[in-house]
Design a protein around this ligand. Structure first.
Ligand code: NOJ
Length: 569
């Protein structure tokens, strides 16, 4: 059967320069990628030195998580100066060098923009604290008087995504207990008031600062949260957990429950779109720069509003990430994604891992519910079996990279890295861990510095052997040099898939569903390639064709469980 899904490539003739419509974008988490200084924290010079390996892997772009001046209370998503590099990561010159090397290698560079909140160490917040209630300095953030007879209670009942109240009370300059400020995340991340024109002006300047330095785009943090309903009304999440109880980065309720829950007064408000239209005008002054929304909004039809022609270019498809390893559910989310994004002439995106979620080599083998952002630790129920997780992860990636549109990879997934479950509690740094008193493990387990060389100190992360999060003792087989050139390794699977994806132009293709393999199989044709993914427990017969790629060993002409194959005819 041929799907009647709109083809996302239709509006883009081949050879057109809309690189982002089909790009594979590799996420670098700077703290954990490569450390040139040897202090245990990754840095820009470390990244630059390793860029050739990413070009050789076959990706089109890198997205760097924040490297700006920051106290690092939330891994750099707490920015104290948007226009400078944190000394822990290097200097602006180091960034320029990174960008030059990347561009010489043919890689685009996307940087992170964190507009919903700043760090409490940002000069604006310091000025706000030093100024009186009602002052223009306070008006850049969301300060409010408390409730209760003496203002001793928070202004409303909102909870922080990381746990605990979303409000913190300040001490006024005269020493008296004072107003409260809103922080949807950690108390060191005060939310800006985006109704204030000075905030808008500041961010236009920040965009230009980085665009003038040649960045190819911005990944926009919390792109669903910048406008709150006037009056900041109370909100009680639905019993299923909803967006405030459910996820470390603010899952919309629908993703988890499928229920038609009311939109919380702090997520997905109509007013955010005006901001992106304004930014788009700025980007359009430059050539081929892009905006990517990190917006936990579901379903895709609603998320598509972020990528209308005059807004952003792409939005992370978290509905896809949240889909279990299940044939019917994968087929459904692929259909709805392509239809929704195609409906506004945007490419669909696909993503399986990032720095906020349990790595998919572990997540796809969890046997108990694990709400997004909670992470897994030694006591978590439903511990994943490593071999099963890796087989499914490889199959899931092979499926994802065969889809039309743009795909995101997270550093280390090309090595098949699992989540680190047994981190010592004393090493954990995610604010989620602290704000829930250890009830949620948080996201450190997917942020452990990645292994490059099996026999080097810190597996080649640096030359000194120190590492801000301890690396497991059994990671040598995952190291890049253990896998390079090894037939059947996860690294070679990624390399081969990326090369074949490019050779067949799959990113600009379309999905034509193939039926008849049983309900657990996802099968389609894209640009003359037949893709078959078996999510079930039993092997299925392979259709005719020559195997171009297989995510695991094949048994003659049958496709084992948890395996994906690409066939040419
Ligand atoms: C989303 C980022 O990906 C996450 O790491 C961060 O904690 C929150 N936004 C808050 O900035």
């Amino acid at each position: 059967m041929t799907s009647d899904i709109p083809d996302p490539s239709r509006a883009t003739p081949e050879g057109a320069s809309d690189w982002w419509r089909h790009a594979v974008i590799y996420q670098v988490y700077p703290r954990s990628f490569a450390d040139a200084t040897g202090d245990g924290v990754g840095d820009l010079r470390g990244i630059t030195a390793r860029l050739p390996s990413l070009a050789e892997l076959g990706v089109d772009a890198v997205w760097l998580s924040p490297f700006y001046v920051s106290p690092q209370n939330d891994g750099g998503y707490d920015v104290a100066d948007y226009c400078d590099v944190d000394p822990a990561f290097g200097t602006l010159d180091d960034f320029a060098a990174l960008e030059n090397v990347a561009h010489d290698l043919g890689l685009k560079v996307i940087v992170d923009l964190v507009p919903n909140h700043s760090s409490s160490e940002h000069v604006w917040f310091r000025e706000a604290l030093a100024s009186a209630p009602g002052s223009p300095e306070r008006a850049r953030y969301l300060f409010r008087d408390g409730s209760g007879p003496d203002g001793e209670l928070p202004p409303n009942n909102w909870q922080s995504v990381f746990g605990g109240p979303a409000w913190t009370r300040v001490t006024e300059p005269d020493g008296t207990p004072g107003q409260w400020y809103l922080h949807l995340f950690d108390s060191s991340q005060p939310d800006f008031d985006w109704r204030n024109p000075r905030v808008r002006e500041q961010f236009r300047d920040i965009l230009r600062f980085w665009l003038d330095r040649g960045v190819d785009g911005f990944r926009v943090d919390v792109a669903h949260g910048m406008i709150k309903v006037e009056g900041l009304p109370d909100y009680t999440p639905p019993a299923n957990g909803g967006s405030m109880g459910g996820g470390a980065v603010g899952l919309e309720p629908d993703i988890e429950s499928g229920a038609d829950d009311p939109t919380p007064p702090f997520w997905a408000q109509e007013g955010v779109h005006e901001i992106y239209r304004d930014w788009r005008l700025v980007l359009d002054e430059y050539d081929e720069r892009i905006l990517v929304a990190e917006a936990w909004v579901d379903p895709p039809a609603k998320l598509a509003r972020w990528v209308r022609p005059d807004e952003m270019h792409q939005a992370f498809n978290f509905a896809y990430l949240a889909t279990p390893w299940s044939g019917p559910e994968l087929r459904a989310v692929i259909d709805t994604s392509i239809a929704a994004f195609g409906g506004v002439d945007a490419p669909s995106t696909w993503v399986l891992s990032n720095h906020d979620v349990v790595r998919h080599a572990s997540r796809l083998a969890l046997t108990a519910e694990n709400p997004q952002g909670h992470g897994i630790g030694p006591d978590s129920p439903g511990q994943p079996v490593r071999e099963l997780g890796l087989a499914r992860a490889r199959a899931a990636t092979a499926l994802m990279l065969a889809l039309p549109g743009s795909a995101y990879l997270y550093q280390g997934e090309e090595l098949g890295l699992p989540e680190v479950i047994d981190l010592p509690d004393a090493s954990r740094l995610d604010p989620t861990w602290f704000r829930t008193n250890g009830e949620r493990y948080g996201r450190d387990g997917c942020r452990v510095p990645i292994p490059w060389e099996a026999d080097a100190p810190a597996y080649g992360f640096n030359a000194t052997g120190t590492s801000w999060l301890p690396q497991p003792d059994d990671w040598a087989p995952y190291a890049r040099d253990s896998q390079a050139g090894v037939d059947g390794s996860t690294l070679e699977l990624y390399r081969a898939a990326l090369a074949a994806r490019k050779a067949h132009d799959l990113g600009l293709g379309s999905v034509e569903w193939l039926d008849g393999f049983g309900e657990h199989v996802v099968a389609f044709r894209n640009r003359g390639l037949t893709v078959v993914a078996n999510t079930g427990e039993d092997a299925v017969d392979l259709p005719a064709g020559t195997v171009a790629l297989a995510s695991g060993p094949l048994d003659s002409r049958s496709l084992p469980a948890d395996t994906t194959v690409w066939l040419t005819s």
